[in-house]
Design a protein around this ligand. Structure first.
Ligand code: ACM
Length: 511
């Protein structure tokens, strides 16, 4: 009863050692290996907030009834002893709970599985967990969610709430779309007007806002503690009205356009062959790279309808090289595949449909030819801003909407672009654009449960080549696991859409 479905989960319920684990008041968390203590502290914080329990953490072997976290080479899930970066084993038995992993990330994902096995209503006297054995590791290294903080701004506290919710699903990248026509949300010391002017409003004239560099660093660190890498995006050369409105000198006529609060795309562009633009790109990339311990910096490059093809290609090549000079791997939306001379290893993000249109397939493959890989975000199934049903008050329907839970679940990343298989797919990401999403509660309702579907596609085992995708994506079975997961969402206050495919827990009532 876990989402994403583990590679192997055996219930010991029928065997001789079937007695469940009971967390007694004297239970401890026993740690061994570098990084185990930090994972144990997060587990304790979760047991405290979920269940009102705060076991002590000890650096000694486990006694009967303890929870052990062991991080050491060979502790991963592979029976041949090879280690995967994020795999783990989890055993729950009367004697105790044991999480084994080769890395702190693996142990942390083991903790997330354990949290889902703990009954959501665990605040009472006896806390019982059924006996199980789990061997688990992810299919893809990159499992992402994206939040557009440019159209509507979300505060650090709101983003942290989302980080907590995605960690439970073993999502390990949070892509923050930091800049767009409607707002510039990350303070840049060398270009302060970007946030003073460009951060002052948002879609529909909303309040705007931005992250100071200190706030951004703190957010990145909060995510990193939860083994989530923040991927900052500075979208260019299109989607730049907020920057153009902040600095007249970025415009060809030296006149800044007005701030923009509408929902159109494709009307703005940086001047591509221009010394001031070059200085701007070098400065913003340098400052954001310096704020980002993770390997990636996303340059956007989508929907540049006001940039000529030749200018676009030259600009993206040069900007991506600046990213590489700053020690980061550039990511671009798949249109960037039009550019020659991109840095080796650059990553593309595919956002066309599950049946590629136009040249989208070929543009995605261009990144592989350049020694890079591709993140799959097919917009007709993985875009969280698309309405669930016709007539929904929040969301858009352009990407072949509506997108039901079933749509979000029954697809496979390796069956979209011919020739693009798992060897060159870095992973999956579900983006949430926020033209119509005005609060974190609304954002969660758009994300959940569909993000759980995409997280499972990114984590759980691939279908065999000969199997129809439906054979490993049984919506009815997934819905049963989601109903259990929703008990945890209810306990945490995470909002979700009560889609008709799932028999959701009864909503809490007045007592
Ligand atoms: C996009 O949806 N414009 C990447």
């Amino acid at each position: 009863m876990v989402v994403p479905r583990p590679v192997r989960l055996e219930s010991s319920g029928d065997s001789s050692d079937s007695a469940p684990f009971i967390l007694s008041p004297s239970a401890r968390i026993s740690v061994a290996g570098a990084g185990a203590d930090a994972v144990a502290r997060l587990l304790r914080a979760e047991l405290a907030s979920d269940c009102g329990r705060e076991p002590v953490i000890v650096d000694e072997p486990p006694a009967f009834g303890d929870i052990a976290i062991v991080i050491a080479p060979g502790e991963g899930p592979h029976e041949d002893g090879s280690d995967s970066a994020e795999g783990y084993t989890l055993e729950v038995a009367a004697e105790g709970v044991r999480i084994g992993a080769a890395t702190p990330a693996g142990a942390f994902w083991g903790v997330q599985t354990l949290r889902q096995l703990v009954p959501a209503s665990c605040g009472g006297d006896v806390l019982t967990i059924e006996a199980v054995r789990v061997h688990d590791h992810p299919r893809y290294a990159y499992r992402g969610a994206m939040l557009d903080v440019a159209r509507h701004f979300f505060t650090p506290a709101e983003v942290k709430r989302l980080i907590d919710a995605i960690a439970l699903l073993k999502v390990n990248h949070l892509h923050l779309h930091l800049t767009d026509d409607q707002g510039w949300r990350i303070h840049i010391e060398s270009w302060p007007e970007l946030t003073r002017v460009g951060g002052s409003t948002g879609s529909d004239g909303s309040r705007g806002g931005f992250y100071t560099q200190a706030e951004f660093r703190e957010l990145v660190a909060y995510a990193a503690e939860r083994h989530i890498t923040v991927v900052p995006e500075l979208d260019m050369p299109g989607h730049t009205n907020a920057a153009l409105a902040s600095y007249p000198e970025l415009n060809p006529d030296g006149v800044a356009p007005a701030l923009y609060t509408g929902a159109n795309v494709g009307f703005s562009t940086l001047q591509t062959a221009d010394a001031t633009t070059e200085r701007f790109v070098r400065d913003v990339v340098r400052e954001v790279a310096a704020l980002t311990p993770g390997p990636y910096l996303h340059l956007g490059g989508d929907e540049c309808l006001s940039t000529t093809e030749a200018d676009f290609a030259r600009f993206m090549r040069d900007a991506a090289r600046v990213v590489a000079e700053n020690g980061k791997i550039a990511i671009g939306w798949h249109e960037v595949g039009k550019a020659d001379g991109l840095p080796a290893g650059m990553v593309g993000q595919y956002w066309d449909f599950t049946t590629p249109r136009g040249r989208a397939d070929e543009l995605a493959l261009a990144f592989v030819r350049g020694g890079g890989s591709v993140i799959m975000s097919p917009s007709d199934v993985a875009y969280l801003d698309i309405v669930y049903e016709e007539g929904d008050p929040i969301g858009q329907d352009w990407a072949d909407g509506p997108t039901s839970l079933r749509d979000a679940y029954v697809w496979d990343p390796a069956r979209i672009v011919p020739g693009l298989g798992d060897a060159h797919i870095l992973g999956v990401e579900a983006p949430l654009w926020t033209e119509t999403v005005t609060s974190i509660e609304e954002a969660e309702e758009m994300a959940f449960p569909r993000l759980a579907a995409v997280a499972e596609i990114g984590w759980s085992a691939a279908p065999a080549d000969t199997d129809p995708v439906e054979s490993v994506r049984d919506v009815t079975e997934f819905a049963e696991r989601l109903a259990k997961l929703a008990e945890h969402w209810d306990a945490a206050g995470t909002q979700y859409r009560r889609v008709p495919e799932v028999s959701w827990p009864e909503p809490a009532r007045w007592s």
